[in-house]
Write a protein of this length. Structure first.
Lengths: 113, 115
């Protein structure tokens, strides 16, 4: 069965410090992996995705994520956090045989000024 | 359209009434998804449409929930005899479909409150 885990409900980081939001997945075969961000009272916005190729994927707003097949992880990272990055972040996975997307429970990121 | 459009953006309804939520996907997108997000919760898959194929209804929580997609474009999610536990944000998303690593794009959601 396909699933995604975001082990941290809440992440706090000081402005200017690097941030990491964790995601691990379970899927048969090679996955497609996605990160979305949700600002308060808004829908989800696409940040980045891993399909194939380079394990380091760069996306919107300076975010990047690293696909690690051996650890089945796809952690979201940013070298220097901004207060405006404070939001809810969702990791999602899709296997290559179907169209369903499986979302994690979300991680609330707070960047402290 | 430029993005996924959902209406109404907010709906307050009395317990027991029926509600309809509308989703207009991005033009040309053949795949359409409905998700539910309860306060402080993750996304709960409800239903998936792909072209003219039979929809995947495996996520609908009860027979009070139904959805249709007319002409392969606009979709309506209907909740009959609403209950307070139906209060949530209903998110629609669309994608180009197919088996490639297509991205799904979300609308702003319909915020449903059942009183």
């Amino acid at each position: 069965a396909q699933s995604v885990a975001q082990p941290e409900d809440q992440v706090n980081v000081a402005e200017g410090n690097p941030l990491t939001v964790k995601c691990t997945y379970s899927v048969s075969g090679n996955p497609y992996l996605f990160w979305y961000v949700q600002y308060p009272n808004r829908g989800l916005q696409f940040l980045l995705k891993y399909i194939t190729g380079d394990n380091l994927v760069k996306g919107s707003y300076g975010f990047e994520a690293e696909f690690n097949k051996s650890q089945t992880s796809f952690h979201l990272k940013k070298p220097s956090a901004l207060v405006s990055d404070s939001a809810l972040y969702f990791c999602a996975v899709r296997d290559r045989t179907g169209n369903q997307f499986y979302f994690g429970t979300g991680t609330s990121l707070t960047v402290i000024p | 359209g430029a993005g996924v459009s959902q209406s109404p953006s907010n709906k307050v309804t009395e317990k027991g009434k029926d509600v309809e939520l509308r989703c207009d996907p991005i033009s040309g997108h053949t795949a359409l998804y409905w998700y539910r997000q309860s306060l402080g919760q993750g996304l709960e898959f409800l239903i998936y449409f792909q072209g003219n194929s039979a929809p995947d209804k495996s996520g609908l929580p009860s027979d009070r929930f139904s959805a249709e997609r007319t002409g392969g474009s606009v979709s309506t999610l209907t909740i009959q005899r609403t209950q307070q536990e139906d209060s949530a944000v209903y998110l629609c998303a669309s994608s180009t479909g197919g088996l490639a690593g297509n991205t799904i794009y979300f609308g702003e959601g319909s915020w449903l409150t059942v009183v």
